[in-house]
Design a protein around this ligand. Structure first.
Ligand SMILES: Cc1cc2nc3c(=O)[nH]c(=O)nc-3n(C[C@H](O)[C@H](O)[C@H](O)COP(=O)(O)OP(=O)(O)OC[C@H]3O[C@@H](n4cnc5c(N)ncnc54)[C@H](O)[C@@H]3O)c2cc1C
Length: 232
């Protein structure tokens, strides 16, 4: 479906990531984990198209939410970061097959991400955790605490629902007052003695996805139980 939508709200989730809420047109249905393609013409008239995972839940009927990292010199992320309330944007979608394999049943699923790779997982978490249909564990990696996206929301969800566990990995945080070990998601995964998961979903930049997948395979995870979305 090709459609035009308007910006409802924008907000910084971290110094480099903007949360952008767009009006959700009637009839726009999607599965948690899917993405939209944003398209626009740059100042030279060239059509630019990039994909963005929807970070809101399918049950948020009023808006489509994106979480966008500003990439230095990147045309589309710069375009999205410069949007103001009321601006019109062209999108195509939804699309993508990075969706939960089995929504019903108490499967243990581990979500591993870095940066805005958390976006599709936020949609999935709101889709299944409150309905108690799955046991979900989110392992999210950033450089420092101020980069952590939706941190308070995930902390509060993990207190509210016993079927949701949240683990934050900070690779460069040196503040001794924070109760977080300095580690990457890959360090956490290597240290995990028993992989308490039936399925693992990985989302983020190619290098992290490849590293995580290799560790999982070394731990004898079955390739059929590993799902991933690469952002580059
Ligand atoms: C299925 C899919 C879903 C995606 N969902 C998101 C999303 O929810 N949020 C988001 O910010 N991006 C997402 N991306 C990446 C997005 O499509 C663009 O690649 C990104 O915004 C850069 O586009 P650009 O035109 O600004 O820069 P370009 O000039 O196209 O930048 C190219 C380089 O930017 C780097 N890059 C791409 N994405 C990121 C990122 N998220 N963080 C840091 N560096 C990055 C890569 O190294 C890439 O080679 C997704 C990509 C795919 C394929």
């Amino acid at each position: 479906m090709k459609f035009k939508t308007q910006v409802i709200q924008t907000n910084y989730l971290s110094p480099s990531v903007k949360q952008i809420l767009f009006h959700r047109p009637p009839g726009f249905e999607f599965l948690a984990g899917q993405f939209v393609t944003v398209r626009f013409r740059n100042k030279f008239g060239k059509m630019i198209k990039r994909q963005y995972s929807i970070s809101s839940a399918p049950t948020d009927f009023k808006f489509i939410e994106l979480a966008v990292t500003l990439v230095k010199g990147g045309p589309c992320s710069t375009y999205l970061h410069n949007l103001k309330i009321g601006d019109e944007v062209e999108m195509i979608g939804p699309a993508g097959e990075f969706v939960l394999s089995t929504i019903e049943g108490r499967y243990k699923k581990t979500f591993i991400c870095t940066g805005t790779g958390v976006a599709p997982f936020r949609s999935m978490i709101w889709d299944v955790v409150p309905n108690n249909t799955n046991f979900i564990r989110l392992v999210a990696g950033y450089r420092c605490k101020e980069d952590a996206l939706y941190h308070n929301e995930f902390e509060s969800l993990s207190h509210q629902y016993e079927n949701f566990l949240y683990k934050l990995c900070l690779s460069r945080e040196n503040n001794p007052e924070y109760p977080y070990k300095k580690e990457r998601v890959t360090d956490w995964l290597k240290d995990e003695k028993v992989l308490m998961t039936s399925e693992t979903y990985i989302c983020g930049l190619d290098r992290m996805v490849t590293d995580v997948e290799k560790i999982l395979l070394d731990k004898n995870c079955q390739p059929k139980d590993i799902y991933y979305e690469r952002y580059d």
